[in-house]
Write a protein that binds this ligand. Structure first.
Ligand code: C5P
Length: 230
């Protein structure tokens, strides 16, 4: 299975002036944890790491420090996650039929989740790791802050990554998104908007996306619970 890791963002919401994936988490850069899980996942053979050129030297040092046993290719990212993934898709070898996409910022992903998604992807055109929502979610009018409605929680799942797709179909969805000017925060949305089916694969509650400083503290706690960090 092919894996693309979007890692070309910044550290703005983290209050950092550098890519948050290079911030230390238990003495290792955050991205090293994501790559370690990808290294340990048996189903993955090829990894495309999507980054900004100014980070490539640091990325290379991380890859070397992990003695990665599978090929890691460096791909130049874009201004948005959507653009970064589209570039990643274009950099896949022509023989790639299916691809998993996993945000570098979800550094607590387990190898088992990668393998579960890779296995499922052999039987469906698109999938997303997700977990049932615990909170009651309100739909809110952005300008007035008035609540417009409360969707039935039993139908709500919080989308994570990995997400997986047939490469050709996802590429066409990205092209359609560009034509139509769709701005999305994950790839499954493009698939859905093109009328293609997306299946849920049970994700992991600990598979959080490190976005703000509090996430970093929670991630550290979870890693220590797993016996990492001495
Ligand atoms: O900012 P956020 O955490 O939502 O980004 C999700 C993932 O997309 C991160 O791993 C980030 O590095 C990546 N990204 C990217 N290219 C961008 C912006 C974000 O690859 N231009």
């Amino acid at each position: 299975m092919y894996l693309l890791i979007p890692a070309a963002g910044s550290g703005r919401r983290m209050g950092s002036d550098r890519n948050k994936l290079l911030l230390p988490l238990l003495e290792k850069p955050l991205l090293a944890w994501t790559l370690s899980a990808a290294k340990a996942a048996r189903s993955l053979r090829w990894i495309g790491l999507i980054g900004q050129p100014e980070d490539f030297q640091d990325f290379k040092e991380i890859v070397v420090s992990l003695s990665m046993t599978k090929m890691v290719h460096f791909i130049q990212g874009g201004a948005t996650r959507q653009e970064s993934v589209f570039r990643g898709l274009q950099a896949l070898p022509a023989v790639a039929q299916r691809v998993l996409i996993h945000d570098g910022a979800r550094c607590l992903v387990t190898p088992e989740l990668f393998d579960r998604c890779a296995g499922e992807l052999l039987h469906c055109p698109g999938l997303v790791a997700a977990i049932p929502v615990k909170d009651t979610i309100k739909m809110v009018e952005p300008s007035s802050y008035q609540v417009r409605g409360t969707p039935d929680r039993r139908q709500l799942w919080a989308a994570q990554t990995p997400q997986g797709f047939e490469v050709e179909r996802l590429t066409r969805c990205h092209q359609e998104g560009l034509r139509q000017g769709w701005e999305v925060t994950d790839d499954a949305t493009l698939f859905e908007q093109c009328g293609l089916p997306v299946k849920i694969v049970e994700g992991e509650e600990t598979n959080l996306k490190v976005t703000t400083p509090v996430d970093l503290a929670i991630a550290e706690f979870i890693l220590r619970q797993r016996g990492e960090g001495g």
